[in-house]
Design a protein around this ligand. Structure first.
Ligand code: EPU
Length: 328
């Protein structure tokens, strides 16, 4: 891991009145530090693909990377709890919402640059868009991940991909901001990639801001055709309703969807949530489901698969926020 120079303005926040260590975040003091949008008590359901989630104490949409650094310096000075929310395609946020500051990186970090075989993409760029740009430049290597919904940052955290390849295979560097607002560049090895996982799943102190890929020369037309075919296949084999994508990881040498279907899980319901009839690894928010409905249904599915197949399914979806029922 190597440090890069912080080129950002040093905008400091005022010491918190209640305590030097920890205080309740308020929009006024945070607004003095960041240029982006700051909202108190913001319901998070509208920021998630599955459409559930209670309020964030404070939602902050930083304007750019320097803004993020300023916010993190303030947050660390005051010991404020914080959570990063990407584009919300792969999360389940509790009905109670998230305490502390929820940070959205938003439009500011969407740039995509191509320089020979090297591409750099902001963590908020859609990974499908990055793959399309690579194809336009006759660059191969992102076909596997370019058909997956979500952002570059989310794809790195999840080490997203398909049988055609995973994102880690073409990553050469990941730029991050640390919990105290310092900028760093991590090598691929620093990122600890494994199947559908990375260091960023456990080390929540690092916020991904951009990713550098090194790609191979390829046939742009063939790559474009492949991306189209897979996207078409996905539309045919995966449901369209509000969901968080595949809910569980595939167990080694198996498919969670296949196991759930074989166990009789398709069509199981809990409140407004249902296990999809199209692909059993999707839980759909069909009729104003709550996060609790979805979580309870997911637990029933796990129990069913445990009973019928003796296999313990692991969540692929990130579970966030405060839960009244025990987390597993
Ligand atoms: N299958 C069933 N019943 C089902 C679902 C699937 O029998 O309800 C069978 C299929 O017929 C197939 C096998 O299971 O024989 C595998 O299914 P599929 O091709 O749909 O792949 P998957 O392993 O279920 C993975 C990824 C998906 C990705 C697809 C396509 C995981 C957890 N899921 O699904 O990713 O879109 O491959 O490449 O690795 C996601 O990331 O959110 C996601 C859905």
């Amino acid at each position: 891991m190597s440090n890069t120079q912080e080129g950002d303005m040093l905008r400091e926040c005022r010491p918190c009145e209640s305590s030097q260590i920890s205080c309740t975040p308020d929009s006024r003091s945070i607004s003095e530090v960041v240029r982006g949008r700051v909202v108190e008590n913001e319901p998070l359901a509208r920021y998630t693909a599955i459409g559930v989630g209670g309020p964030a104490d404070l939602l902050v949409e930083v304007a750019d990377e320097d803004d993020l650094c300023a916010l993190m310096r303030c947050v660390s000075t005051h010991g404020l709890p914080w959570t990063i929310l990407g584009d919300g395609t792969n999360v389940l946020i509790s009905d109670q919402g998230i305490r502390g500051i929820v940070i959205r990186l938003g439009e500011a970090l969407c740039a995509i640059d191509v320089d020979g075989q090297r591409m750099t993409a902001g963590s908020c760029a859609a990974i499908s868009k990055v793959a399309d740009v690579a194809a336009e430049h006759n660059l191969a290597g992102l076909e596997g991940v370019g058909t997956v919904p979500g952002t570059v940052g989310g794809a790195i955290v999840m080490n997203a991909g398909t049988h055609r390849g995973y994102i880690d295979e073409v990553v050469t560097a990941v730029s991050v901001v640390g919990a105290s607002g310092e900028k760093m560049v991590l090598s691929r090895e620093d990122c600890g990639f494994t199947y559908r996982s990375s260091r960023f799943q456990t080390d929540r102190s690092l916020i991904i801001t951009s990713v550098e890929f090194t790609l191979r020369p390829g046939d742009g037309e063939a790559i474009r055709r492949h991306l189209e075919d897979v996207r078409k296949h996905r539309l045919e084999t995966q449901p369209r309703g509000r969901s968080a994508g595949c809910f569980f990881k595939n167990p080694p040498n198996s498919s969670a969807g296949k196991l759930i279907e074989a166990a009789g899980g398709k069509g199981m319901r809990e409140g407004g949530a249902v296990v999809s009839d199209t692909h059993a690894n999707f839980i759909i928010n069909e009729n104003n489901a709550t996060a609790a409905d979805i979580r309870r249904l997911a637990e029933r599915v796990r129990e069913l698969v445990r009973e019928k197949h003796g296999i313990e399914l692991e969540y692929e979806v990130r579970i966030l926020g405060e839960w009244q029922e025990a987390a597993s």
